[in-house]
Design a protein around this ligand. Structure first.
Ligand code: ATP
Length: 586
């Protein structure tokens, strides 16, 4: 199955079985917005609860937060979102469509023009074939393409292809040539027209707070959940009995007015994030307290956080934690990669950033990111709000008190030298060191930032399988099965009465269902042959199906059938619960 058709098959299953619907579908839908149906919302909830459990409940060093979506607009000024949270965007002078400048070639390749050109290029670039395309199909597909509108442009392109066909054997090169014989123009991927220069387009949705529609009342829907964590940092610190290193986690809706929402739910305009800000001591504070800073070169045991860890180790620790969670949710380790951003790709304040990229049917794309953001965010809010974001660290103060004047001077000189090497002012370094001696600093932060919808899409893509089966009589059949991990599966167990017209069996099955649903998301199905019922559950990824039959009335045992192996075994209800708990309780 091609990647496009597998995404089509998945999205059609999601619609048919109630995982995901297009928002406002009865009015033709709204681009970039998706609704989660009965099964989808269960599964999404499972993902979020699992993240919350792994990130907050199962740890002693992370506290939670649930902040508002609309916040004081000054937050977005301080964070930099008002000035810089934008994508470069082009407009087509022909069809007037807007698109992200960095996605033009992706849109071309995935769209009707790209598909058609790929057909023309089968077996290489042939000038006559290309000319035929421009005079035929392209009139409908790319009516604003120069070589379609202007015979002279077509003649020039024809000559170039004839002279060097190998240069134009690729869709992008050929399309650019057909837009301009010099090959310097990027044409519109929807119609071939000329594009404007890229211009920044702010991705934040604006709204007005209060009854007066005045610029003074403009506010924004949050484009990420993280900023509220920084803004509430001191309140959480004061009330949670936490000390650095510790984290604050939040999940919830975020909004981005994406220029070209695409690839199903992958790039939506309304989506959910699960974000953690894990605050750590600056390396200089670690050095004063521990006398050294552990770095990755020291090969630390990443399973045992230590006071001497510097930012580099904490960052790697969180990369490993996040990968372990992704794997536990059911994505195999070989289905995603760690992409370490290159120095020139990093934001100016970031020290490192890793993207976890999953191999989606439409390409290897970011699932989540883990960034080491220094003290940038808290410092920005300190500067803009005038409120201190410093913490007092008793251990640091005690450690500094042990230094004599010469040792203090030597430490200050060392830090000033290190900062200077990173292009930072000596004065600032010395002021920072004086604060450290007083036990004070603005914490640094490691930020694992994940998208609920992207995780769900990756899980859907990974789980989908069409199996060709042959029954005992040699009859061929296709079984669609979602191999969800039981942790995220929307329904954990389905309960079937073998027959519905025998009250003893039926009532016993209802009893079993009543017992199981108190513990697990359970589903009742009494309709049709058992085999058909199994298939319906396979298609929504239910790991276990339980059938109550006449033997249940005699010895209390039920049949449990495993989704992946399709094997059945007879067990007591206690054994069944033990079996399920062994997977779901962790
Ligand atoms: P991209 O480069 O794909 O736009 P990003 O680097 O801007 O993503 P972040 O700002 O780091 O993304 O957001 C953190 C996470 O939030 C992403 O890894 C992704 O899982 C999720 N996310 C961001 N934008 C969207 C979106 N438009 N739709 C769905 N999920 C999103």
């Amino acid at each position: 199955m091609s990647s496009a058709s597998s995404l089509d098959a998945i999205s059609s299953l999601c619609k048919r079985r109630g995982f995901i619907f297009h928002s406002s579908e009865i009015y033709g839908g709204i681009n970039g917005f998706w609704d989660y149906g009965p099964l989808g919302c269960e599964m999404k909830r499972n993902i979020k609860e699992d993240w919350w459990r792994a990130t907050v409940r199962n740890r002693e060093d992370v506290a939670g937060l649930d902040a508002t979506i609309i916040m004081h607009p000054a937050i977005w000024k301080a964070s930099g979102h008002l000035d810089t949270f934008s994508d470069p965007m082009c407009t087509c002078k022909g069809c007037k469509k807007l698109m992200r400048a960095d996605q033009i070639w992706d849109i071309l390749r995935d769209g009707a023009i790209g598909e058609s050109l790929a057909g023309v290029l089968e077996g290489g670039a042939d000038a006559a074939k290309v000319a035929g395309w421009c005079k035929g199909k392209a009139k409908g597909l790319a009516p604003n393409l120069k070589a379609v509108l202007d015979p002279e442009a077509l003649t020039a392109a024809f000559g170039k292809i004839k002279a060097a066909p190998e240069e134009y054997a690729d869709t992008e090169r050929l399309y650019a040539l057909l837009a301009d014989a010099g090959g310097a123009v990027t044409p519109c991927p929807y119609c071939g027209g000329e594009l404007t220069e890229p211009r920044p387009f702010n991705l934040m949705f604006k709204t007005v707070v209060g009854p007066v529609d005045d610029p003074a009342n403009v506010a924004y829907l949050r484009p990420e959940t993280a900023q509220a964590i920084f803004a509430q940092f001191q309140n959480v610190l004061a009330t949670s009995r936490q000390q650095v290193p510790f984290g604050i986690a939040q999940m919830g809706k975020s909004f981005r007015n994406e220029v070209t929402p695409r690839n199903y739910t992958f790039r939506s305009r309304e989506f959910e994030q699960m974000e953690l800000e894990f605050f750590i001591r600056p390396d200089e504070a670690v050095e004063l307290i521990c006398g050294k800073v552990t770095r990755m070169a020291d090969k630390p045991d990443l399973g045992a956080p230590a006071a001497s860890w510097g930012w580099e180790v904490w960052h790697k620790y969180w990369v490993e934690q996040r990968k372990a969670w992704i794997i536990a949710c059911g994505l195999p380790a070989d289905s995603f990669v760690e992409y370490w951003q290159k120095p020139d790709e990093l934001a100016h304040y970031a020290r490192a950033c890793v993207d976890i990229e999953y191999s989606f049917p439409f390409g290897v794309q970011e699932l989540e990111g883990i960034a080491a953001r220094s003290d940038f965010d808290l410092s920005q809010h300190q500067k803009h709000s005038g409120k201190s974001m410093e913490v007092f660290d008793e251990q640091l103060k005690l450690a500094a008190a042990k230094l004599d004047d010469a040792a203090r001077q030597a430490f200050s000189d060392k830090v000033a030298g290190e900062w200077a090497a990173r292009g930072k002012a000596e004065d600032a370094a010395r002021a920072f060191v004086l604060k450290l001696f007083d036990g004070r600093y603005v914490p640094h932060v490691i930020e694992p930032s994940a998208g609920v919808d992207r995780m769900m899409l990756a899980l859907l893509c990974n789980a989908y399988e069409e199996q060709k089966l042959t029954d005992d009589k040699g009859k061929e059949d296709t079984r669609v099965v979602m191999h969800f991990s039981p942790r995220v599966a929307p329904v954990k167990v389905a309960v079937f009465p073998l027959v519905k017209n025998k009250p003893e069996v039926y009532n016993r099955a209802r009893e079993v269902f009543g017992r199981l649903r108190k513990r697990y998301a359970a589903f009742w199905d009494e309709g049709g042959a058992i085999g058909r019922r199994y298939r319906r559950q396979d298609e929504i990824g239910t790991p276990w199906c339980v059938t109550i039959d006449f033997q249940t009335l005699e010895d209390g045992t039920v049949t449990v059938r495993d989704r992946d192996t399709m094997l059945q075994e007879r067990v007591t209800l206690e054994q069944l619960e033990e079996k399920i708990d062994a997977v779901l309780i962790y």
